[in-house]
Design a protein around this ligand. Sequence first.
Ligand SMILES: [Zn+2]
Length: 522
Amino acid sequence: MPIEMPKGLPFSVDTWTPCSKRKRHHFITHAHKDHAQGIAAHASYPIYSTLLTKTLILQYYPQARLDESTFVGIEVGQSLVVEDPDGNFIVTAFDANHCPGAVMFLFEGNFGNILHTGDCRLTPECLLSLPDKYVGKKGKEPRCPLDCIFLDCTFGQFPLKMPSRYTAIQQIINCIWKHPDARTVYLTCDLLGQEEILSEVSQTFGEKIYVDKAKNLDCFKSLELVVPEIISQDPSSRFQLFDGFPKLYERAEAKIAEARANFEHEPLIIRPSSQWYACVEGISDTEKRMKERCDQAVRDLCGVWHVCYSIHSSREELDWALQLLAPKWVVSTTPSCRAMELEYVKKHCFNNQRAFNDSVRKTSGHQCSSIFSCHICTPEKAVEFISPSKRPMVTLFGRARLGLHDSAFRHEQKEVPTGSDYTEIVSIKTEDVCFQKEDVTEVEFEELLETNIKANFAETKFTSTDINPGPPKLADISPTSSSNIYNENFRRFYRSMNVPVPQRLPSLAKLMDAKKYATKRL
Ligand SMILES: [Zn+2]
C-alpha cells in the first residue's frame, strides 16, 4: 500500500483515506488497484492524473462518486502551477516506465523539491528526463539535489540482475519461435502493464490475441483503450490471454495433460513476471538454480515457462538512480524496509545509525534494531522517541535528516524550472480547500516532519510573486539562493563513485520542437 504524505505537505499521492481526504490536492500516479484503493469512498476534487489513468479509474469504479470533473489532467512532460494558501507549487509529470498512463510526480515549492516515483521501473531515460539540476553527472554532484524522493523499492532486497522490459519481451518471442509446434500459446498477461508484451507478440507473429471478454473484463477494457488492434474474439486463435490467478499451475498442468491425452503437441504457457523469481523461500536447490537464469525463458516443474518481466526497478537500477540523484532523503513507498539493502543507503546511513539508536533507546527505551524499520515500516513508532522539542541528529535514508540543526538538510540552491525543462505551464485554481489544522488522527511523526520541512526550507521560501496565480512566466521567477553547503562526505562519495552516466537526452521541449520542424518541412 502506498504511504501517506507527511502532514506538512498539502497533497496526497495514491492514498485515499480519511486522512488523505483532508489534503488540499490529490495525485494518482497510475491505475493499479492498490494505488486506487479507497478512491471511490474518499476521493475529492482535485485529483491530478493522466488522461489514461483517469479513464481507467472511471472504468474500474463506475459506481463511485467520481466523474470527469473530479480530475485535473497532467501528461508526461507537463508542468502545472498549483495554487495553495501555504504557497503555490509546481508539479511536473515524468514517465514512470511502469504501466500505461503511469507517471512520477516532481513537486517544487516552499516545502522543497520532492520526487514521488509511484511505482516505476527506472531507466536512464526516466532519470535523464528530470530537470538537469537534479541529476548528477559523472564525478559531479547534482546542482540541486532533491530534498526527498519517495521511491518504489519493491525489489530493493532482490539481488537478481533483471533484464530490461524490452529484453524480457525478446525472450518471450524467442521462446515462441523455438516452439513452432505448439498449437496454442497461452500468455499470462492479464495485468495492467503487460500490454506491450501482447502487442509485440501480435506484431511479430502477425496474429491477434484472443481475450475472453466475459472472464477478463477489466483487462479487456484496458486493452481496448491501449492496443485495441491486437484483440481477437476468436477462441481458436493461436495466441490466447491466460489468467495469472488463481491456481495457475493446476490449470497449466490440466492444459498440458489434455493435449497429451489427445496426442497433440503441448501448448506453450508463458508467464512474464518477476514474482516467480522473487519467491525463493522454501524451494529446492534445483528450483533455486532455475530462478537464477534471467537470460532466457525457463520451464518450471509444472510446465509453465517463466520470463523475468518486471515493471519495478531492480536493486541495481535503484542503486544507480540513487547514486545519480543523490537525494537528501529517501523514503521507501513499499511497506517493508526494502531499501535497506541498497548500496546508497548502506554507505550513507549506517554510520549514523548507532548514534541514533542509542539516542532512541535513552529517550524512550525503544528497542528497534534499525532506524529504517522505524521510519519506513512503522512511522507511527517514531512518535515514541522524537518530540519537536528534542530532535536528535537523524539520518533516515541517504543523507536524509530530521535534525533541525543539520545544515545538510537545507536547500543547496533554490531554483525554479527553466523553460527548457518543461513543455507547458498551466495555472490551476483550487476552490475546494478545507484543510484542518487540528488533525488529531494523523500521527505526531507527521507533525514533526511538517515542522522540519517548514524550518528547513523557510530560508528559501518563494514569495507570492515568485509563482504567481498565472499563468506565470517561469523565466520571470527569481528564487532566493542559499549558500553552497556540500560537506566533505558527500564530495568523497562522488569521488569514489564510478558510474557510467549516459549522455542526457534532448529535453522533451526540444524533441517536440524538432518534431514540429520536421512536420513543417514535410
Ligand atoms: Zn503499480
